[in-house]
Design a protein around this ligand. Structure first.
Ligand code: ADE
Length: 250
């Protein structure tokens, strides 16, 4: 997968060199390129923003600068016509649709993601409109109901959540099957390791029993209880077919 991130703070994306995403890049599974938006400015001061039309606080990012950057990144050099179908433009913003594991799964199918990180009061609204009109898939995404100073941290979140779903990136792909926000729709059960007793706290005995069916049932019950307490909205969203006879008793 190819990922282009455009920002006025390229250094903010340095963590993409590390850990799992860094390894995926080294292994050639992920081609991430971070670009400085100011490289597409044409004035001496490398200006990327201006005051909001209609007045108000802060600054708005200029559509012409973003247009120059995105024209180049969305349409690979020499490609005729509109940008290719495998690409999606992502614009992190607190007013976007909420980014979830389902979004990450959908994006992991794409060949190419372009992330446009806004700062200040955001990017002129015509930028998203223009690329939609040109037939580009554009999604404005929020990573949660809080306000960050810009889209960079959200871009890190999206790239990490998507990268770990790409084939070959996780050492043990089974890690994907039982985790929170996975297929069960439940939060993950609590996990334990050695020592069995630590500071007077003893790990649940069932986990030492070697009885796979009992362990599976215990984990399922724990996941249900946890979800009911912490995220009742997730439990409420599960259809009756997602719960078995034992589940209903928990
Ligand atoms: N930019 C500022 N706040 C944001 C948020 N919550 N999600 C995505 N991008 C943002």
């Amino acid at each position: 997968m190819r990922v282009d991130v455009v920002t006025i703070f390229p250094d903010y994306l340095a963590p993409l060199e590390l850990s799992l995403v860094g390894k995926a890049r080294e292994a050639g599974l992920l081609d991430v390129r971070v670009h400085d938006l100011r490289d597409w400015t044409s004035d001496r001061h490398r200006t990327v923003d201006d005051t909001p039309l209609g007045g108000g606080a802060g600054m708005v990012m200029r559509p012409d600068v973003w247009g120059a950057a995105l024209d180049e990144l969305l349409a690979p050099a020499g490609a005729p016509g509109p940008a290719d179908g495998g690409v999606e433009l992502l614009v992190p913003t607190p007013s976007g649709e909420v980014f979830t594991q389902r979004t990450a799964e959908r994006l992991a199918e794409r060949a190419h993601l372009v992330l446009a990180c806004g700062r200040y009061e955001g990017i002129d609204a015509r930028v998203a409109e223009h690329y939609r009109d040109r037939g580009v898939a554009v999604t404005e995404i929020s990573i949660g109901d809080y306000v960050l100073n810009g889209g960079e941290v959200a871009a890190l979140v999206v790239v990490e959540a998507v990268a770990r779903l790409l084939p070959g990136v996780l050492g043990n792909p089974e890690s994907l099957t039982e985790e929170s926000h996975g297929a069960s729709g439940l939060l993950e059960y609590p996990v334990y390791t050695r020592p069995v007793e630590w500071r007077g706290l003893v790990a649940p005995e069932v986990l030492l029993s070697g009885h796979h069916a009992r362990i599976a049932r215990w984990r399922r019950d724990q996941a249900l209880e946890r979800t009911a307490v912490r995220r009742p909205d997730l439990l409420a969203a599960l259809g009756p077919e997602s719960l078995d006879r034992h589940d209903r008793a928990v």
